[in-house]
Design a protein around this ligand. Structure first.
Ligand code: 1GP
Length: 257
């Protein structure tokens, strides 16, 4: 099967490194004067891709932000859209997300109908992604804004059935999401059960704040780890390499963690 360039890069990266580390940048929380320092750390730490997006963007020009980041690095930039307005021709790809844990038709197909012609016109690579919200202690912004219920955290089989249905529908990635800044991250048992059921790569994000926790998610079966919140604080930039080392287990850098 012929895949888009970015999806192919993801599959090859997983094959080579075992699992990948994506850094999530929220345009509202990334101050302009810290971007150069951030990019230096990102490149030396071997971050695999940058996700750009947010459930709600209040203060920033999304397109400008993507353009600025793209002009400063060759690392793939993938849009992680919080809405149809978060589309930019400067990115390499967009996660074409369907919130399959919910039953809100707007998030299953409605917004996609509006975004699809625009994505085609600007020649952006869509990567069809099953987005599964997982209960994580408190109501998250994603849950509230999508007006949908998350999967209960003690129901791994339910998550696995959703993920398998998504795979049969042809989706290329499964994203198990606890929500940005979540109190509790996605349980390892759920990641394990979903990974045994599915053959497409599993992304895990939300509430991951240490390399050790990131490694546990990878050991459970995650192929891509997403961290955002922890790196909103620029004092943590120097920890980036510990995260990537923990995740890139095939590169034999685990002893450094
Ligand atoms: C949120 O999965 C991402 O959509 C990352 O979550 O910001 O908690 O790292 P954090």
């Amino acid at each position: 099967m012929i895949h888009g360039k970015t999806y192919q890069y993801i599959l090859e990266g997983i094959e080579k490194k075992g699992a990948l580390f994506f850094l999530l940048l929220d345009p509202d929380k990334t101050s302009a004067d810290k971007i150069d320092d951030l990019i230096t750390h990102i490149e030396s730490a071997d971050v695999d891709a940058l996700l750009i997006g947010g459930s709600l963007i209040l203060d920033s020009d999304f397109n400008d932000f993507v353009k600025t980041i793209k002009s400063k690095t060759k690392i793939p930039v993938v849009i992680f859209p919080g809405g149809v307005e978060q589309v930019s021709p400067y990115a390499d790809a967009i996660l074409f997300l369907s919130i399959i844990s919910g039953r809100n038709p707007e998030n299953l197909i409605g917004k996609h109908v509006i975004a699809a012609p625009l994505i085609k016109r600007i020649n952006l690579e869509p990567i069809s992604t099953a987005y599964i919200l997982v209960e994580s202690g408190k109501t998250t912004t994603a849950e509230f804004l999508s007006n949908s219920k998350p999967i209960p955290r003690h129901k791994p089989d339910l998550a696995a059935a959703h993920a398998l249905a998504a795979e049969y529908l042809g989706m290329k990635l499964i994203y198990l999401e606890a929500g940005s800044g979540a109190e509790l991250s996605v349980p390892e048992e759920m990641i394990y059960v979903v990974s045994k059921m599915c053959s497409v790569p599993i992304i895990v994000g939300g509430g991951i704040r240490s390399p050790e926790v990131a490694r546990k998610k990878v050991e459970a079966g995650a192929k891509i780890i997403v961290v955002g919140n922890h790196f909103d604080n620029h004092e943590n930039f120097s920890e980036l390499e510990k995260f990537t080392s923990a995740v890139h287990y095939k590169l034999n850098r685990l002893s450094e963690v």
